[in-house]
Design a protein around this ligand. Structure first.
Ligand code: ACO
Ligand code: KIV
Length: 548
């Protein structure tokens, strides 16, 4: 199997782009991780650029073992010397020297004639060879250079001792067919080209960096240069994780191996994010947060039945523990049930249906329904009560310097009752209004509000304990509730207050993105338990009297 070398330039071309600079300790940390990833070459920096970069390269050369450590140098003798000195402690060192070869760069930037450029390239390579055996020469802006001139420069560099000839698409200008043809041309036209490794270095200005690199590999390039997460100048460099995983996943079409330990890809990507503070776009191939995530119900159903329906690689192959089924408004019952099972809620079909309907309501309000949200919804279902009384509508107005006011509409059977009340706070006003309607003689013994997550849209989860008052207390409560109602209440005509002992407590849970709605739901759940208790006590009394 043919081997493609992976040359990582995250610490040089990646680091030199805005927002990605790293200090020496950070460079060292990333370089150690790149060694675990088993890239072939780590380009650690550009030593002439600054004393900090020099020391950074030196530290990596001293501390990191495994990959070849490379340093960049213009064709200036001082650059080559600085690179050589920085690399001194390396076990295996490479000096990488470059000069631009395109008419645009030679004329406007270097202000040199082509002959002078060839001479500078030859001298720099020869100088570098006096320090190390491993010398890479790059013809900057190769893809906008004259092909015959490239053959001339590369042949001269090879003659001077270069061991790797790199063909950069510096400004991300080429296309896969054109790049492959260029590589083919160089292989055919450079005498003794096989003595060196042909390398490609691509940029993503047109979004073609990876496609171009792969086309070049198929045309005979045997080193790919790039960066982790595709960071780098302008639109970035070729993303190494994409190249490596493309070669691995489509081995049938591209039978080339890399030495990369792919299970270290994800940890390396995350370390880079942690060091630079720059997050990867969620839809980025291989390492983006959504790369192994599924939200659409049909996809989730497929993945649950057979992962390969919608995944062409395993998350484990890049070092990610598992794929992620994101629960949102596009999710179906299969995915919701699977996650509930994992959370320990094994619901019957009708329970699942109820949770699913509430899940959809929550998902409409929030982008993602978290495990905590789902557990709260399933928790409501885990304490079911026959819903004798249902919430139809409520409204609360509150604010600084405003007396909180609540109005509620509750339904029991066909009967709809309304009430309004003020209170010390919005929850108090809401509960007073509900008491007006319910007239059950209960007091709030405990109220607890918790958020299910950390975000602003976390579900509020409310737990209440309602205590039954004695008949005397209940009459006092009715008298002192201070609100308006449409004259009736749901407790009217029942003998609740007399059929059960006072002091008995009923627990209710409610969750919603709206904490007042969660409060209302929790209250009603406790009330419904109380009413269910009352109904069963009443039927026991009736059965006993019939027996008598
Ligand atoms: C395509 C790439 O990624 S190339 C690498 C880009 N990386 C960097 O630039 C790293 C950060 N750069 C730096 O710290 C500085 O630019 C330095 C230290 C390299 C040079 O700084 P200065 O000496 O102040 O020069 P400055 O950057 O202003 O200009 C670059 C000079 O190098 C010349 N130059 C550019 N590339 C080469 C080359 N490969 N070989 C020889 N000379 C070159 C330019 O023509 C220009 O020369 P001039 O001063 O005679 O006009
Ligand atoms: C120095 C070379 C390889 C480079 O970074 C480029 O051309 O993009």
């Amino acid at each position: 199997m043919e081997r493609v070398r992976i040359f990582d330039t995250t610490l040089r071309d990646g680091e030199q782009s805005p927002g990605f600079s790293m200090n020496q300790e950070e460079k060292l940390q990333l370089a150690r991780q790149l060694a675990r990833l088993q890239v072939d070459v780590i380009e650690a920096g550009f030593p002439i650029a600054s004393p900090g970069d020099f020391e950074g390269v030196r530290a990596v050369a001293r501390e990191v073992r495994g990959p070849v450590i490379a340093a960049l140098a213009r064709t200036h003798p001082a650059d080559v010397e600085a690179a050589a000195r920085a690399l001194e402690p390396a076990e295996r060192a490479r000096i990488h020297t470059f000069i631009a070869t395109s008419p645009i760069h030679m004329r406007h930037k270097l202000r040199k004639e082509p002959d002078e450029v060839v001479e500078m390239a030859v001298k720099a390579v020869a100088q570098a060879r006096r320090y190390v055996d491993d010398v890479e020469f790059s013809a900057e802006d190769a893809t906008r250079s004259d092909w015959d001139f490239l053959v001339r420069v590369f042949s001269a560099a090879l003659g001077a001792g270069a061991t790797t000839l790199n063909v950069p698409d510096t400004v991300g200008y080429t296309t896969p067919e054109e790049y492959a043809a260029l590589i083919q041309h160089l292989r055919e036209e450079i005498p003794g080209c096989d003595r060196a490794v042909l390398s490609v270095h691509t940029h993503d200005d047109l979004g073609l960096a990876v496609a171009n690199a792969l086309a070049a590999v198929q045309a005979g390039a045997r080193q790919v240069e790039g960066t982790i997460n595709g960071i780098g100048e302008r639109a970035g460099n070729c993303s190494l994780e994409e190249v490596v995983m493309a070669l691995r996943t489509r081995h049938d079409r591209m039978p080339y191996d890399t030495g990369v330990e792919t299970t270290q890809i994800y940890p390396t990507s995350r370390l880079l994010v942690a060091l630079t503070g720059v997050e990867v776009q969620p839809n980025k191939a291989i390492v983006g947060a959504n790369a192994f995530a599924h939200e659409a119900g049909i996809h989730q159903d497929g993945v649950l039945k057979e992962r390969s329906t919608y995944e062409i690689m395993t998350p484990q192959s890049i070092g990610l523990a598992r794929n992620r089924l994101v629960l949102g408004k596009h999710s179906g019952r299969h995915a919701v049930r699977a996650r509930l099972d994992e959370l320990g809620f094994h619901l019957a079909q009708e329970e699942l249906e109820r949770v699913y309907q509430r899940f959809l309501e929550v998902a409409d309000r929030k982008k993602v329904v978290t495990d905590g949200d789902l557990a709260a919804l399933a928790g409501d279902e885990a304490h079911p009560a026959q819903e004798q009384v249902q919430l139809v509508h409520f409204q609360v107005s509150t604010g600084t310097g405003v007396e909180p006011m609540a109005s509620v509409r509750l339904q029991r059977g066909e009967e709809v009752l309304r009430a309004a009340a003020s209170g010390d706070g919005p929850v108090d006003a809401l509960y007073r209004a509900m008491d007006q309607v319910l007239g059950l003689g209960v007091e709030l013994a405990h109220y607890q509000l918790q958020a299910t997550g950390e975000g602003r849209d976390a579900l509020g989860q409310v737990t209440v304990r309602l205590r039954r008052r004695s008949p005397e207390e209940a009459r006092g409560q009715q008298a002192g509730n201070g609100g308006t109602s449409n004259g009736a209440h749901l407790g009217a005509g029942t003998d609740l207050a007399d059929s059960e002992p006072a002091g008995r407590e009923y627990v209710g849970h409610g969750s919603s993105t709206d904490i007042l709605e969660a409060s209302a739901r929790a209250y009603l759940q406790a009330v419904n338990k109380l009413l269910a208790d009352q109904a069963s006590a009443a039927s026991t009394v009736q059965a006993a009297s019939e027996a008598v």
